[in-house]
Design a binder for this molecule. Sequence first.
Ligand code: MOS
Length: 763
Amino acid sequence: MNAKNASAERAAGADVPRVDGRLKVTGAARYGSDVKVDKPAYAYLRTSAIARGRIARIDEGAARDVPGLLDILTYENVGERVGPGDFFASGGYFSSTMRPLSSPEVRHAGQIVAMTVAESFEAAREAAQRLEISYDEEQPAAGFDAACAETEPVADAMSSHQDPAVGDAQEAFEASPVTLDARYETPTQHHNPIELFTTTCAWDGDQLTIWEPSQNVYGVKHGIAQQLQMDPEDIRVVSRYVGGAFGSRGSLTQRTALVALAAKRLQRPVKLAVSRAQGFTIATYRAETRHHVRLGADRDGRLRALMHEGWEVTSRPDPYNVSGTEVTTRLYNCPNVWSRVSITHADRNTPGFMRSPPEVPYLFALESAMDELAVELGMDPVELRRVNDSNKEPIGGLPWTSRALMPCFDAAAAAFGWQNRDPQPGAMRDGDWDLGWGCAATMYPTVIAPAAVRVTVTPEGKVQVGSAAHDIGTGAYTVAALTAAELLGVPVEDVTVELGDTALPAGPIAGGSNTTASLCNAIAQACGKIGRRLAEAAVTADGPFAGMKAADLTLTDGRLHGPGGHSEPLREVLRRTGEGGITIETENLPDGVKPEGLQQLHRGLPAFTGGTERSDRVQAAFGAIMVEVRVHRQTREIRCPRAVGAFAAGRIISQRTAESQLIGGLIWGISAALHEATEIDRRTARYGSTDLAEYLIPVNADIGDIQAITLREEDYEINPLGIKGLGELGNVGTNAAVANAVYHATGIRIRQLPIRIENLLAG
Ligand code: MOS
């Protein structure tokens, strides 16, 4: 049996529809808060009006009068009943170390200050709103430049941090014949998944079941065990379908333990649905960033110096940072590189992962700067990338396992018609509109994590796959089904997949675009074992292939094939060998992950390897993005009628869901460039656009033609199936491509996102 060859010969799931598509469009897919529990009580959060200070007094009188009120949780009755949990960036589970109901202290606006529980959602909300809470308020720091904010280099805050550098960048920059020195900014953004943050908890004696949308069910299990001092084996976490996550559900918020505690106090199930506005402050977000980029080049465009300094905002206690210089210092060949990242501690909720956390803001800066350098040099921006392309990264001199950056630029250029671009800004017009064509590179590190999986072949020849990995809307159910179908040679309709439940073998956190590689390689390992077992049984004396060699048998099309052309249906082989069904439970420990990675997997802790972290190689998916913008000559309205992305991300398991991810990424990149920002009141450190009317995201009318091209790429060094992962690849760089296109249309360089009409009026 050679599972890898069998799969490689078959086409990728070229046009197989999303296997959970029907369940989703018919409403049969059950999301966290859809769960039916017996006589639920309903919880509602009250969040703080101030960003910094202390609760002076809570008057519960009016709230207690609400009919149906059952309980009010405040710091006075929670305190140490919900214990501390470690910060995820320090090896823990929690999005923040701030513990809202442990004391009267208020550390950010919108912090949880009370939770009411009642017979109905409306009564709980009414009671929460009737709580009279007075505060002793202090002046908060809203972010950068605030008087009482504190800024420190990440290297001082976290001993494990190293700023990538090589050579003498300062000297090389000063000696370069052509230089570019510019500063860029990106705004605060919030994930705003359409499914709200919800939690339902039910106790059965000492056993707790939690339903909530999650990217890490094992993490929730162990994190809540830590906070409530429970045996993790008494906790089950279920998250079968997730209505958007984007990183917001990778770490635990403080709400979950509060709902569990409320359910315990009342001895009945409790359901919480957090409001859209409260979701901005009880969970995480992408914090605002600043960048100083200096590039020095020879006249032919070859980079001699690259310096990237970044600044990020975080909360008072937690040193969250994304440090995208890991990527920007490695994308292009350059002998002299320097970088540094600093964080500013402000009175804000702690930021967290948000779709391509480091790459989106940091590549906006680098890919804008590369465009500016191309203008300085009088060079085509694609050609500037070409002269700085390399099969090694410059910091450690490590080889890329594969790198199709320039083939992606060439494919995008051909599809876009880039050769028709007039380089002169403002030269391309269509009536009252100035046309601009811009491009940028994208790159996303390729990682893989350990995963456990159970694969069963039933006596009828049907296949069941189970793992507590997650489908956060990305297509994990589909890629798991396609992989098992291909490797066991059965139709995809005969495969059922279960994910998102700690009753299943441990799956990795859905983060860093690792799920397809981690899950499918684990499935391949299990399927390989099943195939060997079937083949060995089939060649025994009573088997249908008696006397043959097991190694000569192959499984395809639902049949076991022998070398002489004879084949038997899988079901028949199972019957004849008396195996009944076969179940294999296996743990995949990918090459490069230390053995303790398996313990980390079972404890819900990330154990990724790859990306820029290995000592022998670097591995990433690459792509090129080209966009057209139109800027109206009088009104300065900015439209983005078309975008093309070409991507090389290793083997594509499911063409449809891959393209869907990439198209979504391109749309999100356009959104980041032209729409999205959370407004912050600098005096109160409060967010001011906490609903989908004021937090702008594109609607259909904002998006024109979007084309996502995937290049064929074979890289079996990264993992046996050659999967790179692409969930986060599509939106990286798109923001810069739009900004570069706006420059090309108008001659105005905008270095701060989002780009708005008023930015272009001065021109
Ligand atoms: Mo993704 S932002 O790594 O969940």
